[in-house]
Design a protein around this ligand. Sequence first.
Ligand code: PPE
Length: 307
Amino acid sequence: MPITETEKIWMDGRLVDWKDANIHVLTHGLHYGSGVFEGIRAYQTDNGPAIYRLEDHVARLFDSAKIFMIEIPFSQSEIVEAAKAVVRENKLESCYMRPIVFLGYGEMGLNPLSCPVSVAIAAWPWGAYLGDDGTQNGIRLKVSSWQRHDPNALPPAAKGTGMYLNSSMAKVEAVKAGYDEAILMSPQGYVSECTGENLFVIKKGKIFTPPTSAGALEGITQSSVIRFAKDLGYEVSIENLLRSDLYTADEIFLCGTAAEVVPVSSVDDRVAGDGKPGPMTKALQSMYFDAVRGRLDAYKDWNTYVS
Ligand code: PPE
């Protein structure tokens, strides 16, 4: 999806012009994928723009960095304030935000421990990641021939930049085959997640989503949806799912910061329910869109206003 340029990017402690946020070609992260990142959204609310679950995203960024032994040269609260400044200074009403921490220029080779660490936060207006039609009517999924990485090869709890070659290959394969998005299975044969979204399956009124041990990122949108579902009185279970559970589901949806909440109309050409977004999916989707826009009192703690 194309990027719309904005004015300023926060880089290593200060706001620089968009065109000046550059790096050297021998940057460690470019060669070895040695970086961690987040995807965050800010939404327009009645009290101005609010970043959704900012503190949780920043905490996960620091967890990801810790897993790879990358030391972030800022505190969590400095990054929180920097993120707010990026939305404010670019005068954005709603946007997608990309904080990234990466090993910079100065060392080459696989021992990165003395490499300088850079941090940047960019933000730009970004529409529906899987298309407006997908958000409304549902998307078609395909189980990938690529597996999610084993937790002892690359830890799924970390959002490491290099790890996304796996997702990218699965995405390309699915799109070239005429589908919208891919589902990755774990090496143990359980359903893991999509290329950049967590997956939910609904069967006989009960909601299921795979655990981190199946290779899924512990999604922040996933955790919002679990709370909404419980508050609506639905039963939710985090457990391993088989490929056939996808084929016999009454409803399926996926969720993530970029994608938001998106209904699934079919998996490997097996139609989910009647192929239209189901009632529980629609209820959770509309709750999500209300919560991110600060319209639900119960979840206002999750909206961080930028000014
Ligand atoms: N799984 C993966 C692999 C993933 O990348 C994401 C976010 C999720 C699940 C959902 O996590 P959360 O955003 O906390 O609900 N993917 C980010 C990057 C997508 C991209 O294309 O780049 C995102 O949604 O911002």
